[in-house]
Write a protein that binds this ligand. Structure first.
Ligand code: FES
Ligand code: FES
Length: 176
């Protein structure tokens, strides 16, 4: 840890969130999850376990899915964070969001933002994953509703569309 990352330091943390430059003023040792929800009102990222065990709070940090409940602000200074709000929107959904809707791959939906983020990280580096690779990528995401098989189908559908460059194949800029 470098000197400018001292957790007790109250210096604001500058980073990019969903493509925008942001300065967070929450304590540097507080979890990214709380700053997203409480300081920025980005409430699509959910609290599940608070202990890096369920995946409900996953966000992308420099393209990698991480548990925002277990990530202090100082650790994301200068980095690029993408939340579910940056992945897509109702008007312009990410291919994964569109495929999850079409496959009805959610029931209560509580886990879905974290699952979509983990799936997006997977497709970013592996555009044609097989079922085993999708299962491995999502193994850190728990879902109590039992929609797993539909989620697998949805990820494969989205991957196919992204490879083919068809309708809904372009994610929003914030996901880069
Ligand atoms: S709330 Fe972060 S992993 Fe469960
Ligand atoms: S859809 Fe309900 S927890 Fe996953």
């Amino acid at each position: 840890m470098s000197a400018d990352q001292t957790p007790s330091d109250s210096t604001p943390v500058a980073l990019r969130i969903n493509g925008q430059s942001v300065v967070l003023r929450s304590p540097r040792d507080s979890a990214l999850l709380y700053a997203l929800r409480d300081e920025l009102s980005l409430t699509g990222t959910h609290y599940g376990c608070g202990a890096n065990q369920c995946g409900a709070c996953h966000v992308l940090v420099d393209g990698k899915a991480v548990a925002s409940c277990d990530t202090p602000l100082w650790a994301v200074a200068g980095k690029s964070v993408v939340t579910i709000e940056g992945l897509g929107s109702a008007e312009q959904p990410h291919p994964l969001q569109q495929a999850f809707l079409e496959e009805q791959a959610g029931q209560c939906g509580y886990c879905l933002s974290g699952i979509l983020i983990s799936a997006a990280a997977l497709l970013d580096h592996n555009p044609d994953p097989d079922e085993a690779q999708i299962r491995t990528a999502l193994q850190g995401n728990l879902c109590r509703c039992g929609a797993h098989n539909r989620m697998l189908r949805a990820v494969r559908l989205a991957a196919q569309r992204m490879r083919e460059g068809g309708p809904h194949a372009e994610p929003q800029g914030g996901a880069a």
